[in-house]
Structure formats: structure tokens, C-alpha cells
Design a protein around this ligand. Structure first.
Ligand code: 5AD
Ligand code: FES
Length: 345
């Protein structure tokens, strides 16, 4: 582990060896090392991002996801551009300087509509960063949205195992996912990758692949959370990923890619009441409170028992600030760009 701290990498066999043997004591050591690494790179600040879930309409059919197209039991919604702008206004007044626009793969939102929306947001709020999380699109769309003012893009790789990826994504390919991530990087976005922990059939070898893939891609952001079953998906009876395994992967991601921004995800807060605080103590340094209108919150359910679906945006903002400070960290409301990106030419 100390070698991992010093060299910020291990090979696949070494990762598997470590994961096979983690116990309470070595786990505590791992989390402490990840915390030290985070402090060395980012200090004790935690960046807040306002999350706007603007459409749960999705043409894809991921086996784990509650808003997959085959799920006819979800009540579908789509916020209009003016409603999204209203969320941004509320968010800006609450102090947010990053907005994350997230949705299913909803083609009603054409390149033109998205470009206009992004340009409108940037015109009104020139000092904020716009992060997109809207799935796979072609090069032209990614380029035009970047030119319209989008700064960052979240596209989790979901799993670096080709076998698992193909079993879980009947409408998508492993190659295309990787190709899209590279395209986003080439265009100039700050790019977020990431994966789920505890997917059905996932082994320590698969998780080692995830870490090595992250090391190679060198993303600006890394989203990690446990797989959580949703009752209206084919994986409804599968066990959820655990808090412990997810914390271990967050800690390892911090040690492998020290300059990345790593959120303490909503899924971490769902799997355990203090999951997000524990994630912050194991290397995470971002929290994404929900800014979506209350009326649509319960409809954006990727998995069961999702937290924060009944809280006003202002409540979420202050609840999280208290929790973050209570865990010994400091909220930073700035744009919070990744160190990787800030240091690139
Ligand atoms: N459990 C945990 N995470 C999920 N996601 C989607 N469905 C689930 C689930 N059932 C994650 C995916 C996606 C992100 C937006 O949410 O990793 O990229
Ligand atoms: Fe849309 Fe999974 S079905 S992200």
C-alpha cells in the first residue's frame, strides 16, 4: 500500500492481491492513505455542483437502470429549456458555480436545442461551468456543444470489463463507449469517467481493469458508486454493491489518479446514511446536491430508495454544507476545475 501511495499505480495482479486480502485494518489504512493523497492535491475543500436532471426519457436499455426504455412503469418527463434556466437561476442564487445537466438519451433535445440552451446559460452566468451528462452523441454534436460553452462532460465507462459491459448494455457497444470518451477528451472537455461497484458477476479482476483503465484515460472526474437494484429492471433480484467495496474503489481511484475530482455520489448516500461523508474521508472531494424541481425528483429513479427526492434545493444545499463541515471539510462554491485540466497547456 505504501508503494501504491508513492508510485500512484499497481499492476493488475497486485490490485487483485490487495482486494482479495482487504480486512478492517488494511481498509482503514487504505482510506487514510487516500485521504492524505487528496489533501496533498486538493486540501480539505469540497466542491459543490448543482445537479439538474432535466429529462428521464431514454432510448437506451441498460439492464441496471430504472429509466431504461423497456420500463413502461416510469412516468416520463422532460423539462423545457426555460424550466432548466429557472433551475439555474435558483442555483446561481444559492451560490452554485457549476451546473450539471443530466438526462437519459433523449433525442428531443437536438444539438440545436442544446447548443442554444448552453449558450443562454453562459450568457446569463458567464462565471459558471456547464457540465453535460447526456450520454453518447456523435462528434459533431460534442463539438458544437463545446463551442456553445459546455466545459465538462460526464460519461461513465460503467465497467472496463468487455464481458460485463456487453451483458449489461444490449443497445450499446464497449468499443463505442471508449471511443466516445476519447472524442470528448480530444475536443477539449474536462471528462468524467467512472463505474459501478458490485455489478452482478463483477470480480476483483474486473475492478482491477477499471482502475487500470482510469489510469490510462487520466480523466478529470471519476464517478464511482455501488450498483443498486431497481425493481422494474431485469436485475431487480440481484444484491446491491456494498458500502465497503465502493469506499475501497473510491480510495484506490484517488491513489491511482490523484488529481481527479471524485464525487461522493448519491448512490453512496443511498447505500448508507453517512455514505457520502465516508466517501469524502476516503478520497472523494465533490458533492452534487440536487437542483431539479421537486415535482420531477421522484421520477428520476435509476435505482430504488434514492435519497433527496423530497427536499427543496435550498434544503439540499444547506443540509450538505452542514454534513461536509461536520465531517471536517470546507465547502468551496467556486467552479472547481480539475488540477489535471488547469495544468494542461
Ligand atoms: N445503480 C447504481 N448506479 C446506477 N446508474 C444507473 N443505474 C444505476 C443503478 N441501478 C449510474 C450509471 C450512470 C449514472 C448516471 O448512474 O453509472 O452512468
Ligand atoms: Fe438510460 Fe441506462 S437506460 S442511462
Amino acid at each position: 500500500m505504501d508503494r501504491l501511495y508513492a508510485q500512484e499505480s499497481l499492476d493488475s495482479d497486485e490490485i487483485v492481491y490487495l482486494l482479495d486480502r482487504l480486512d478492517e485494518e488494511s481498509r482503514r489504512r487504505l482510506h487514510t492513505l487516500a485521504h492524505q493523497k487528496r489533501v496533498a492535491y486538493y486540501g480539505t475543500v469540497v466542491y459543490l455542483r448543482g445537479l439538474i436532471e432535466f429529462s428521464n426519457i431514454c432510448k437506451q436499455n441498460c439492464m441496471y437502470c430504472g429509466i431504461r426504455s423497456a420500463n413502461k412503469t416510469v412516468s416520463r418527463y422532460r423539462l423545457q429549456p426555460d424550466e432548466i434556466l429557472e433551475c439555474c437561476r435558483e442555483g446561481y442564487d444559492l451560490g452554485y458555480r457549476t451546473f450539471v445537466l443530466q438526462s437519459g438519451e433523449d433525442d428531443w433535445y437536438t444539438t440545436d436545442k442544446l447548443a442554444r440552451l448552453i449558450a443562454d446559460i453562459k450568457r446569463r452566468y458567464p462565471d459558471i461551468a456547464v457540465t453535460l451528462s447526456i450520454g453518447e452523441r456523435d462528434d459533431e454534436t460534442y463539438t458544437r456543444l463545446f463551442e456553445a460553452g459546455a466545459d465538462r462532460y460526464l460519461l461513465r465507462h460503467e465497467t472496463a470489463s468487455r464481458r460485463l459491459y456487453q451483458a449489461l448494455h444490449p443497445t450499446m457497444t464497449f468499443e463505442n463507449r471508449r471511443d466516445r470518451l476519447l472524442a470528448l477528451k480530444t475536443i477539449g472537455y474536462q471528462v468524467g469517467a467512472g463505474f459501478m461497484v458490485g455489478l452482478p458477476g463483477q470480480t476483483h479482476e474486473d475492478l482491477a481493469e477499471d482502475l487500470l483503465y482510469l489510469k490510462e484515460l487520466n480523466p478529470d472526474m471519476i464517478g464511482i458508486g455501488p450498483f443498486l437494484p431497481h425493481q422494474a429492471t431485469p436485475l431487480k433480484d440481484e444484491p446491491a454493491g456494498t458500502l465497503e467495496a465502493s469506499l475501497d474503489m473510491i480510495a484506490l481511484a484517488r491513489l491511482f489518479v490523484p488529481n481527479a475530482l471524485i464525487p461522493a455520489t448519491t448512490a453512496m448516500g443511498t447505500v448508507h446514511p453517512y455514505g457520502r461523508e465516508l466517501a469524502l474521508k476516503a478520497g472523494a472531494n465533490v458533492v452534487m446536491p440536487n437542483l431539479s424541481p421537486l415535482s420531477v425528483r421522484p421520477k428520476y429513479t435509476l435505482y430504488n430508495n434514492k435519497i433527496c427526492t423530497g427536499d427543496e434545493s435550498a434544503q439540499c444545499r444547506f443540509c450538505l454544507e452542514q454534513r461536509i463541515e461536520g465531517a471536517g471539510f470546507h465547502v468551496d462554491m467556486g467552479r472547481g476545475d480539475s488540477l489535471n485540466w488547469l495544468s494542461s497547456p
